[in-house]
Write a new protein. Structure first.
Length: 194
């Protein structure tokens, strides 16, 4: 089902982390930085991994790191940079602040790889999750077009291209939890410890 030779993993780690007060990707969960959880989930499914961040602290993780081509333009710019640096048609994209994501969960996105979707994303509780998704490289052109018009929101890209949305099962919702605050981290740590 999956040939990792034609899939790149892209980890978006370019956010300001202002609500967290520190670099989210380097926060520890179960003794590992968030970013390492993302790398571990992607590794079995991809040929290469790219971290999109201007922070050179991520260089210690032994994967390629690239900076935004268009700086200070949000997740759309991070995705654009990752896709532009990718050498594959398919790209598994995750945000570094969703450290509970697993390889098995990401495989669900690959099920739709053979179909002609530009994006395959998840949805939980009625909200789309474009920061955990499979993107075709050709989305880079649409990203560039949106960025040139001052757009920063991923949802504009999602609505502009052919997108498949997969509903997350209730028991899997914890896997897509986005950690933005210290309270979120405490909640997730307590959930893991149960």
């Amino acid at each position: 089902m999956n040939d990792p030779k034609n899939i790149t993993g892209i980890i978006l780690a370019g956010g300001k982390s202002s609500r967290m007060g520190r670099e989210k990707g380097l926060i520890l969960l179960d003794g590992k930085p968030f970013i390492q959880h993302s790398i571990d989930a992607l590794q079995p499914l991809v040929n290469t991994i790219i971290i999109v961040s201007s922070n050179s602290d991520y260089d210690v993780f032994g994967v390629d790191r690239v900076e935004d081509i268009i700086a200070e333009s949000g997740p759309l710019a991070g995705l654009h940079s990752g896709l532009m640096h990718s050498k594959t048609d398919y790209n598994l994209v995750v945000s570094c602040d969703a450290p509970l994501i697993t390889t098995e969960f990401l495989k669900k996105l690959l099920y739709y790889k053979k179909e002609d979707y530009d994006i395959v994303q998840f949805e939980a509780e009625g909200k789309s999750i474009p920061l955990i998704a499979l993107y075709k490289k050709r989305c880079a052109y649409q990203c560039q077009k949106l960025l040139a018009n001052g757009e920063r929101r991923l949802r504009k890209l999602v609505s502009a291209v052919k997108t498949k949305t997969i509903t997350v099962l209730e028991k899997e919702r914890v896997l897509v939890t986005n950690i933005n605050t210290v309270e979120d981290l405490k909640t997730i740590t307590n959930a893991i410890d149960y």
